[in-house]
Ligand binder design. Structure first.
Ligand SMILES: C[S@@+](CC[C@H](N)C(=O)[O-])C[C@H]1O[C@@H](n2cnc3c(N)ncnc32)[C@H](O)[C@@H]1O
Length: 268
């Protein structure tokens, strides 16, 4: 088959991303902590998915709005906050981070947990988030670093569907500190720290089977190359070998991913 030359589009409503989202909650908590919220704050969760940041910010007393392109995940987030008794102080809106459906300066803070990094136009996404946060407000986001078992397994997938040209970024990416400084530097003071996040499951095989069946990105690759293809079988075997070789647990499955926590205090 001819490999596509552009990155694969992922429909985040497909599958069951809500099974993966809980594993990202510690990073959402790190974002909420970095925003140092007060009960009077209004917070935008950018690329909210199932509302990890929104839930924690609302539990801290803030009023929250979540925005995402994936309508099905917005419904999951709405139900989740309502079930937690936070329906009255939360709202979830369909929209793209490169064209946010909000007026200027409307939020005290914005956070994006591994979501803004997927925007096709990073400069535009960053400028939109800064536009909707008031002067002196805070912006925080997380971005994966290119290390660890899950990154390497993801690279196997990307290589299965994309040509070298499509997997090689033409410029720096969100995994490089200088990229965030370039994108946000004019808007305020940028502080970047490195963090880690553990992924756990009963076994590497069980983790991979679940992610292949339920995660939107894995499902997009499987659809693109066909689950009966040699390419898919090869990607599965290579991914499993990576996960097994980097497993940090002797009795189950545990691997660590590293990420950047990027905070920006906007100019007054
Ligand atoms: C890895 S998930 C993270 C979701 C959530 N922040 C969390 O903590 O689980 C990425 C999310 O970014 C959203 N997303 C990707 N590109 C987007 C865009 N251009 N505008 C808005 N949302 C986007 C996806 O729909 C998905 O919900």
């Amino acid at each position: 088959m001819t490999k596509p030359t552009s990155p694969l589009a992922v429909d985040w409503s497909d599958g069951s991303y809500e099974l993966t989202a809980p594993s990202l909650e510690p990073a959402a908590q790190a974002l909420v902590d970095a925003l140092t919220l007060t009960a009077d704050d209004s917070v935008l969760d950018v690329g909210c998915g199932t509302g990890n940041v929104a839930l924690l910010a609302a539990q801290a007393g803030a009023r929250v709005v979540g925005v995402d392109r994936a309508e099905r995940l917005l419904d999951v987030a709405r139900r989740r906050l309502a079930d937690d008794g936070l329906g009255r102080i939360s709202e979830f809106v369909a929209g793209d981070v490169t064209d946010l459906p909000f007026s200027d300066d409307g939020f005290d803070a914005a956070a994006s947990n591994f979501a803004l990094i997927f925007a096709d136009d990073p400069d535009r996404a960053a400028s939109e988030v800064c536009r909707v946060v008031r002067p002196g407000g805070r912006v925080a986001l997380t971005s994966w670093l290119p290390t660890g078992a899950i990154y390497r397994a993801g690279r196997v997938l990307r290589e299965a569907v994309a040509s070298d040209a499509a997997t090689t970024p033409a410029r720096l990416s969100w995994s490089e500190r200088q990229f965030a400084r370039d994108v946000f530097g004019g808007a305020g003071t940028v502080v970047i720290t490195e963090r880690s996040l553990a992924f756990r499951h009963s076994s590497a095989e069980a983790w991979l089977t679940e992610i292949e069946d339920k995660h939107p990105a894995w499902r997009a690759v499987r659809t693109a190359i066909g689950d009966q293809s040699d390419a898919w079988r090869d990607a599965h075997e290579r991914s499993l070998a990576i996960l097994l070789s980097e497993n940090e647990s002797s009795s189950a499955f545990e691997v660590t991913s590293r990420y950047l926590l990027i905070t920006v205090t906007l100019n007054d």
